[in-house]
Design a protein around this ligand. Structure first.
Ligand code: LLP
Length: 431
């Protein structure tokens, strides 16, 4: 996907320096081939190996109308967490029945949109939400398929801001007997919902298998209890996402290493109970989009602070990639126009925002950096564009989709006009 031709960085067959020239920088560049390969891997190692298995791509990691089409065309399902993501999916013609709606505080208006548009599943996050869904379904004469998100109380190893499966969490039902069982019973007895099973999500950028195994074992205990108490079979289990990718020296693992041990345990549990195996669902985001994209920047101001550090500023920063500032995330980079030159200096790549924390890469090893060079930062596809902001009035960059040497614009760059499009001057302030 990434190669050097005549000293220039190519991405999925496209000359990145030409893309930078044609579309301007900063520029997010997504490889369609990389995204499709991830879906193919999941199809081979998960969907084809388990009747009823589905992949619901986590829109929060990267989403726009074009990405919705890519996910739809690959035959995948979609995990959305807001009315906005749901609306984007529907506007792209994404089949509603393949959408699953997650989120810890779904608004009534969002639930109404979900029920009206006929989304496939709502992943219920708390007891009050079941009541909201019931009320809406009653009025609209609908019945909704639901799963319960539970917090298995497992601690996964990642940045504290992106772990979610531990007991102290704003997400999901805690597994206290007096909380979870009355809630499950309410769903089973409700005429307005079809209770399918359970969902858990442990966190993001995970490389250990053991938290997944601990979590599935806890959830399988719950499944046995539900069978014993209510005689009800669990028909679906959603294992969440969280599979790690390579940013610098982490080693990405194939999906099957996470999934096969969970599939084995689910099969054994259901076979032992003598009931049909449930559908299994995963919700990967980062592992689909993360290393499928690079960000291109132009180097501007360069400052050498004697005996301290050399800074090179780019024309974007925390407005297009908040992850270093928010999670101390680290990235790899290269100069796209000097891709075959050896590294010869240590440079800190910073953004153009008025924040000292606006550093994209501390101590990058690069060939001699000069104004006008094109910097490519790798693995920026997840939680970059979707977390972008207009801080300092900076427009959100364009997104280009590339495949086999062909390129197409997927999101155009915001103009200054776009930045103020929602703003009004109060009558009382008009001069
Ligand atoms: N399912 C649920 C319910 C989730 O909460 C998430 C991520 C996913 C699936 C997808 O997880 P993934 O496969 O992408 O790890 N902004 C942070 C990551 C936040 C993740 C939130 N939930 C970051 O930039 O690292």
């Amino acid at each position: 996907m990434i190669e050097t031709r005549n000293g220039t960085l190519f991405f999925d067959g496209c000359d990145t320096t030409q893309l930078a020239q044609k579309y301007g920088t900063p520029l997010y560049v997504y490889s369609q081939t990389a995204i499709e390969e991830r879906f193919a891997e999941l199809r081979r190692d998960f969907i084809d190996g388990w009747p009823g298995a589905r992949v619901a791509y986590a829109a929060k990691s990267f989403f726009c109308l074009g990405m919705a089409r890519l996910v739809a065309n690959a035959g995948m399902c979609l995990d959305v967490v807001s009315g906005g993501e749901l609306n984007t999916a529907l506007a792209a013609g994404f089949p509603a029945e393949r959408i699953e709606f997650n989120g810890n505080n779904k608004l009534i208006s969002e639930l109404e949109l979900a029920v009206e548009s006929g989304v496939g599943r709502i992943i219920v996050d708390g007891a009050h939400e079941l009541e909201d869904i019931e009320a809406i379904c009653k009025v609209k004469g609908k019945r909704m398929k639901v799963l319960y998100r539970v917090t298995p109380g497992v601690k996964a190893d990642s940045h504290d801001y992106i772990i979610t499966g531990k007991k102290d969490s704003k997400f999901g039902f805690p597994l206290d007997e007096d909380v979870i069982y009355p809630a499950v019973e309410a769903a089973i007895r409700s005429p307005y919902v079809d209770f399918l099973g359970f969902h858990f999500h442990l966190g993001s950028q995970l490389f250990e298998i053991s938290p997944y195994i601990q979590a599935i074992e806890i959830v399988l205990d719950l499944v046995r209890q539900v069978k014993a108490r209510y005689g009800v079979d669990t028909r679906e289990l959603n294992l969440g996402g969280g599979f790690g990718i390579t940013y610098t020296n982490e080693e990405r693992m194939p999906y099957r290493e996470y999934l096969a041990p969970m599939m084995e345990r689910v099969a054994a549990c259901f076979d032992e109970m003598g009931v049909p195996r449930p559908a299994l669902v995963v919700e990967p985001g980062r592992s689909i989009a993360g290393d499928a994209a690079i960000t291109l920047y132009t180097i501007g101001s360069i400052k050498e602070i004697k005996d301290v550090r050399k800074y090179a500023s780019v024309d974007g920063g925390m407005t297009d990639n908040i992850r270093p500032a928010l999670y101390q995330a680290v990235y790899r980079s290269t100069l796209a126009n000097k891709a075959d030159m050896p590294a010869e200096e240590t440079v800190t790549i910073c953004g153009k925002c008025c924040e000292s924390g606006d550093v994209i890469i501390r101590d990058a090893q690069l060939p001699k950096v000069e104004r006008g060079d094109c910097l490519a930062v790798f693995s920026t596809g997840a939680y970059g564009y979707t977390m972008a902001s207009n801080y300092n009035g900076i427009p959100i960059p364009a997104v280009v989709l590339v495949k086999d040497g062909q390129e197409e614009l997927m999101v155009r760059r915001q103009s200054y006009q776009d930045v103020i499009a929602c703003q009004l001057v109060p009558e009382s302030l008009k001069g």
